[in-house]
Design a binder for this molecule. Structure first.
Ligand code: SF4
Ligand code: SF4
Length: 312
């Protein structure tokens, strides 16, 4: 079994790498960020993995040659790619999971609701001054770093079941909410950015996510976490419908002929306003939803009068 000291070393290393990815993709880099990355020893993150080391090398070389125009060039690249100013074949490299959830790119979709519930159940709040939607890559990376640190606290307190749960949470979250869309983001952004810095950053992050899954798989095996009951789906739904105790209230009914999203428009008024993050238009077999409270907000918000609430 891994010792406490070894565990802390591994988790702190993982947390610092997640925080580096979060920093790079959160917003355009300030001059202070550029100086800190250039002087703070990016090469210290090299670890023997080919993609991580090459990505770090590319970023470090780019910043080593920085001049007075570097910040502007990087800001332009970031804005074009990650604020969605420029697209490829109608698709944009927005760093949100919900932008890669289906054929149409919609923010604030299913993925956002799911990660929101996971964060809420982990009592995670946005830091002051951070207003990223929850399914932004940077916020997800901050979450991974935080859970890695919490697992160290649990280990120190000898709460090994809690350690195992945190490891499974990180393992499943990485698989189901980062690795499921990051390669698509990197592929799209790779066709938009022109500065080598962001190419290096994307290679570094992709290599790190893949390697981190291997590390987490090893930690899960080492600590016996694979034998504990863990279902990420239970964390993704705020109030899962429980039909065994009582009959749930019926969901709003959508008039398919009136709903403008069904006709191809980008309307998400109903989902955005719903306190339970329910999408009345969703296929509930494919996308399980929270329980509807019949608050009626979606009915009022719908611009096409397409929703009605059946009698409870
Ligand atoms: S009635 Fe309220 S809880 Fe139910 S789907 Fe509409 S907004 Fe959500
Ligand atoms: S708000 Fe109305 S029109 Fe828009 S997606 Fe929802 S049901 Fe359709």
């Amino acid at each position: 079994m891994i010792s406490y000291e070894e565990f802390v070393q591994v988790q702190n290393g993982r947390a610092s790498l997640y925080r580096l990815v979060a920093k790079i993709f959160r917003e355009p880099l300030s001059q202070e960020d550029i100086e800190a990355l250039a002087q703070g020893g990016l090469s210290g993150f090299a670890c023997g993995d080919q993609r991580i080391d090459h990505g770090v090398h590319v970023m470090a070389r780019y910043l080593a040659k920085r001049n007075t125009g570097t910040r502007e060039l990087l800001n332009r690249d970031y804005t074009l790619a990650f604020y969605g100013i420029q697209g490829v074949d109608g698709r944009m490299a927005l760093p949100y999971e919900s932008a890669f959830g289906g054929e149409e790119q919609r923010l604030m979709g299913f993925a956002r609701g799911k990660v929101y519930n996971i964060f809420k159940k982990q009592a995670l709040k946005l830091g002051e001054g951070i207003d990223l939607p929850e399914d932004h890559l940077s916020f997800m990376c901050e979450f991974m770093a935080l859970i890695a640190e919490r697992s160290c606290e649990s280990f120190k307190a000898d709460q090994m079941d809690s350690v195992r749960t945190y490891l499974r949470l990180q393992q499943e979250f990485l698989k189901q909410h980062i690795l499921n869309w990051y390669p698509k983001l990197a592929s799209l952004a790779g066709q938009i950015v022109s500065e080598r810095f962001y190419r290096g950053a994307m290679e570094f992050a992709g290599g790190f996510f893949d390697l981190d899954l291997q590390n987490l798989n090893a930690l899960v095996a080492e600590t016996g976490a694979s034998s504990i009951a863990f279902d990420l789906n239970e964390l993704e739904l705020a109030h899962p419908v429980n039909t065994s105790k009582r009959k749930p209230k019926p969901y709003p009914v959508v008039d398919k002929h009136a709903c403008i999203r069904k006709k191809g428009a980008m309307c998400m008024a109903c989902v955005s306003i719903c306190p339970e993050h329910i999408d009345p238009c969703a296929d509930r077999k494919k996308h399980p939803q929270n329980e509807c409270t019949h608050c009626g907000l979606c009915i009022q918000a719908c611009p096409a009068d397409a929703l009605t609430l059946p009698e409870a």
